[in-house]
Write a protein that binds this ligand. Structure first.
Ligand code: ZN
Length: 229
């Protein structure tokens, strides 16, 4: 590519360079990516668009975007003013599994749920919940048709946090193998990674899961169980 900026130049709001900016501004207002934390990445054919590290997510512009070749993992566009996101290898792990979009948030509900699971079920337990209507927003699993039903159980694995974000990659990939139907992985005391087949699905799933995590924290406060047994 002779002109790397051609990769981000588009008037289409759905173009990943524009879409990531709009999504991050929305996620900022939800408290998911404040203080430059969290991030979003979209796969667009053989290219991956990634929000940079350390940039205020609500003020991001298409010119801030990194673009990586999916096969070679080489940067096709690398803004000199920014550092690539430390989440890049984690997003890549989701894209290798067929995801079209991956969202990482530092949602306080996600952080609180990881602490509640550890306290009540142990450090190796996943988060589990059932009989909540919003579970229907989450797909049944990889290679399965449709979404979870009201009586199905939603399971989200939890991995331990590390000093550096990129060091989470191995445990994230291990959790993806152990829970092949999961579309999300919680990170203790840190947040959550949620991915989907496309941007629309990833956003829907991330919103549905965050709603469920907030509800789960409130249920705990009221002494209500997450599962029937
Ligand atoms: Zn993070």
């Amino acid at each position: 590519m002779s002109d790397p900026d051609a990769l981000i130049r588009s008037s289409d709001p759905e173009h990943p360079a524009n879409h990531i900016c709009t999504l991050c501004a929305k996620f900022y207002s939800l408290g998911w990516v404040t203080g430059t934390g969290g991030g979003t990445s979209i796969r667009h054919g053989d290219k991956i668009y990634i929000a940079p590290s350390g940039v205020q997510k609500e003020l991001m512009r298409p010119t801030d975007m990194f673009v990586m070749d999916f096969e070679s993992r080489e940067y096709l566009r690398r803004p000199a003013a920014h550092k690539p996101s430390a989440c890049t290898p984690l997003f890549y792990a989701a894209f290798k599994r067929g995801a079209g979009c991956c969202i990482h948030t530092h949602s306080q509900w996600a952080v609180l749920v990881t602490l509640l699971v550890e306290r009540d079920f142990g450090s190796s337990a996943p988060f589990e919940i059932e009989q909540i209507e919003q579970i229907k927003g989450i797909p049944k699993g990889r290679d399965k048709v449709g979404n979870l039903g009201y009586f199905d159980r939603l399971r989200i694995p939890i991995i331990e946090n590390t000093a550096h974000e990129e060091d989470l990659t191995d445990s994230l990939e291990k959790a993806m193998e152990e829970y092949p139907d999961a579309y999300a992985v919680l990170v203790r005391r840190h947040g959550i990674y949620v991915w989907g087949d496309n941007v629309h699905k990833a956003k829907t799933q991330c919103e549905s899961i965050d709603y469920i995590l907030q509800l789960a924290v409130e249920m705990k406060k009221l002494g209500l169980p997450w599962t029937t047994k």
